[in-house]
Design a protein around this ligand. Structure first.
Ligand code: MN
Length: 490
């Protein structure tokens, strides 16, 4: 993993004299050290400067913009920092920005409080002056308020860091397309130029024939090594080792091509398997397990979002994967969605050890039965996310869900499956999702939150729609109507 870090920039001014500035500097360093030691920040915090002048702020912003390791800045005003000093820096800031509105002391010290204490500990009004200028400049930002030693504050800061890493990953993301989108499908289309300008994605195509050439050059030794890895991670529930070896060959070839181009996401389609015997199933699943994004039917948008949301998760490769809404259980009192795909569900979603199985697949030109991982999704709160192109703008839709252990075994279903309760409930949730135009393909994530996706969308400058426990169809329709007007003015 790259050396990702975040910069702590503290605001002050010369008004208080050198002794106060020395204390501020010492405390900022102490806070940075304690935050790093807390275990609640997933990335390193680096204390850069207590800034007193316009020039110091402009300089640290310029450095942050050009430093590839720096994924964002976190600011705080221990004392009062007149915010006109921040304008020249802030108008040029290209990295994610979080304002931590905190203070060094937990309590107001009853006996000790005097004007010296007040001059040194002014965050309550210093942070307001600081907040005004970001509001005035219409900057995308995260505001986190609370005591810096408080675990919940530290965890929120940690979650924001992961969001900012999602921004860094997005801005450098390359997507490899094998073949075009599935014929006639609308929602998987999109403006690649707009997406590159807004989100940074480089989305390009490679011929399936080129992939087949790379597959044909894969050696038996390479396949042996990957099959050994499959055996170490999954139960083999088929005698068809030939199919497993074929998937290994596909995986090795796709990985070689992606790594040679620096791609972290890919899409393919069952309609274009020219020269391949099987649709990659196990191959795509095991690539997702390693952090690569994937989208079926040529869906490069969901593939890119999968890669980004994986990078936002635990250890930079979290429990997020490509998902598709398949069918509903509409029995009153037990209403569930069943999600799956024809093969490609990421094992990071698994609640049990995945089994490798081979089955006939009627969709697409599969000459042979493809091997795939079969498992049940784990229980827990999660989200499903869909990025759609509205024509002129991108809309990110995020719905809260609660995944359950599937309520029936479904022994004849030959693919991995996840079952969930949608918020606010199944039917209202479906009405909201369809009203917003959400796709049948999503990224399902257990460790990225709706708040993180909102922050990510804000930083990227795209529309965000959230469907949660309090959402109503009427309220959502009103929001979408107003969003439409607002986005036309942009
Ligand atoms: Mn699909």
């Amino acid at each position: 993993m790259e050396n990702r870090e975040f910069w702590f920039v503290v605001g002050s001014q010369f008004l208080y004299g050198p002794e106060v500035l020395e204390i501020v500097d010492k405390r900022a360093a102490e806070m940075t050290e304690a935050l790093n030691a807390s275990g609640n920040l997933p990335y390193k915090l680096v204390y850069k400067v207590t800034a007193k002048t316009n020039q110091e702020i402009a300089d640290v912003v310029k450095e942050a913009n050009y430093n590839d390791n720096c994924c964002g800045i976190i600011t705080w005003c221990h004392t009062f920092s007149p915010s006109k000093m921040w304008i020249n820096g802030f108008v040029n800031l290209q990295k994610p920005y979080c304002h931590l509105a905190t203070q060094y002391n937990l309590e107001i010290p009853n006996e000790e409080i005097d004007m010296d204490f007040m001059n040194l500990n002014q965050a309550a009004h210093g942070d307001r002056e600081h907040g005004f200028i970001a509001a005035r400049l219409r900057m995308p930002r995260k505001v986190i308020a609370g005591y810096w030693k408080d675990e919940s504050v530290q965890k929120r800061l940690g979650a924001w860091m992961r969001t900012a890493v999602g921004v860094a990953v997005s801005r450098k993301l390359k997507v490899m397309r094998f073949g075009d989108n599935m014929r006639e499908v609308a929602v998987t289309e999109g403006d690649k130029v707009e997406v590159q300008a807004k989100l940074g994605w480089q989305v390009n195509t490679w011929a399936v024939g080129d992939l087949v050439k790379v597959m044909n050059a894969v050696t038996e030794e390479e396949i042996d090594a990957l099959v050994a890895e499959y055996k170490a991670n999954y139960d083999i529930a088929t005698d068809n080792m030939e199919a497993i070896r074929y998937q290994a060959k596909e995986e090795i070839a796709m990985k070689k091509m992606m790594d040679a181009e620096g791609c972290k996401a890919f899409a393919n389609t069952f309609q274009d398997l020219y020269g391949m015997e099987q649709l990659p199933g196990l191959a795509s699943q095991h690539l997702m397990a390693q952090g690569y994004g994937y989208g079926g039917e040529g869906d490069w948008k969901v593939s890119a979002m999968t890669a980004i949301m994986k990078a936002m998760g635990e250890n930079g490769n979290g429990a997020s994967g490509f998902m598709e809404d398949y069918t509903y259980h509409l029995v009153p009192g037990q209403q569930y969605s069943l999600g799956a795909h024809m093969l490609e569900v990421c094992p990071s979603l698994a609640g049990n050890k995945p089994r490798i199985e081979t089955h006939f697949l009627g969709i697409g030109m599969n000459e042979k039965d493809p091997a795939r991982l079969v498992f049940e999704g784990k229980e827990g709160d999660a989200i499903v996310v869909s990025l759609i192109d509205m024509g002129g703008r991108l809309r990110l839709i995020c719905q809260d869900i609660h995944c359950v252990k599937p309520i029936m075994p479904m022994p004849n279903l030959p693919v991995a499956r996840v079952m969930w309760q949608a918020m606010p409930n199944l039917t209202t949730g479906v009405e909201c999702w369809i009203t917003a135009g959400g796709a049948h393909h999503t990224v399902l994530s257990y460790d990225v939150t709706a708040e993180q996706m909102k922050d990510w969308a804000n930083i990227m400058g795209i529309e965000y729609v959230h469907i949660g426990k309090d959402t109503t169809v009427e309220g959502l329709e009103q929001q979408l109507f107003l969003n439409d007007l607002a986005w036309k003015l942009q």
